[in-house]
Design a protein around this ligand. Structure first.
Ligand code: APR
Length: 310
């Protein structure tokens, strides 16, 4: 039987997730959005691309969650995007309300599914989805590291004039200004980056990666990135739906790993049919540990604000 994916939010990220899922024939897609007509219209438009692109999945749109029943996976993108000058954290409260409703409505109709959260501020929103759904921690995962790593890999490939496919970029921590690109563990086909680029170049790449989201917002002015975020979310969805067991940097609820308790933070995980099948605890230097702890503390601050609101 065909798999079924619900994409909550039929905006820029959501619609592109639906498009990529359809083009890869990963699953039937149900787009859900609060705006009347938009998910239905985009769903039908995507369905009508099928004959040309050669895909046979069903794409539909709705303003309620009835049609999402029995989904294998949800990608939650609903919310408000970042405007220029606005940090991801400014979005906290507004997007929490959106995530709460979306998760409640979705989870009760698909209690065995996996939820991939994309809405920002990412780590805190993933945490909210886990609370509200009551799902075990392996079935709620946040999309951040794959995107941050993709940006890092792009800049490294540009600097070295090599294929992006050969660049392995390890990024940990929260999806925010405190993210931790781990240059020491990154490579080009196994060749350590530290042997290929000098320190000032590496520092510049790390800074650009940390500000990667803001760089796009500055250009777009009225919204935030969506091509790379949707590609990243769909890579995670594909690994889960096909049980590929890819090892990807994702936001996961840590319960003691890296000395962090009860917070969603970006770490390397194995993604398969069960969602997060393993969290990899790698040996970090003292400096890296300190950066990760700082990043987790920044996420914790947001979570505390949400807890006070509950
Ligand atoms: N339920 C369903 N959909 C909702 C709800 C809700 N409660 N509230 C808002 N939406 C919809 C909006 O109607 C809109 O179509 O979410 C969609 C968001 O789309 P965009 O504004 O285009 O934003 P997008 O660029 O897709 O970003 C969405 O992903 O990367 C993150 O920071 C980004 O948090 C933002 C999210």
């Amino acid at each position: 039987m065909r798999k079924k994916v619900t994409v909550v939010g039929a905006g820029n990220v959501g619609a592109n997730c639906a498009l990529r899922i359809a083009e890869k024939e990963l699953a039937d897609v149900v787009l859900v959005d609060v705006v009347e007509g938009v998910p239905q219209g985009k769903g039908l438009d995507l369905l009508e691309s099928g004959p040309v692109q050669g895909y046979d999945v069903m794409v539909t749109g709705a303003n309620d969650y009835g049609p999402t029943e029995g989904s294998d996976l949800a990608i939650i993108t609903a919310g408000f995007p970042r405007k220029p000058g606005m940090s991801r954290d400014d979005l906290l409260i507004a997007n929490y309300e959106v995530i709460k409703t979306a998760t409640e409505q979705f989870a009760k109709r698909s209690p065995e599914s996996v939820i991939v959260v994309v809405t920002n501020p990412l780590d805190a929103m993933a945490q909210a989805a886990q609370w509200v759904s009551g799902f075990p921690r392996n079935r709620v995962v946040g999309m951040a590291g794959v995107l941050d790593s993709a940006r890092f890999r792009t800049f490294v490939a540009q600097a070295l004039q090599v294929s992006v496919e050969n660049v392995v970029g390890v990024v940990m921590g929260g999806h925010g200004d405190t993210m931790v690109p781990l240059v020491r563990l990154s490579s080009v086909s196994g060749i350590p980056l530290t042997e290929l680029l000098d320190q000032p170049t590496l520092d510049a790449i790390v800074t650009r990666t940390q500000n990667g989201g803001a760089e796009i917002v500055k250009y777009l002015k009225t919204g935030s990135a969506y091509y790379a975020p949707s590609a990243a979310a769909v890579e995670m969805a594909e690994s889960i739906l096909k049980d590929k067991k890819k090892v990807l940097p994702c936001s996961a609820l840590l319960e003691g790993e890296y000395g962090i308790h009860g917070v969603f933070v970006g770490v390397p995980v194995k993604l398969g049919a069960g969602g997060i099948e393993k969290i990899y605890e790698i040996q970090l230097t003292e400096a890296e540990k300190a950066l990760l702890a700082k990043s987790a503390a920044a996420v914790q601050e947001l979570v505390d604000v949400l807890k006070a609101k509950q």
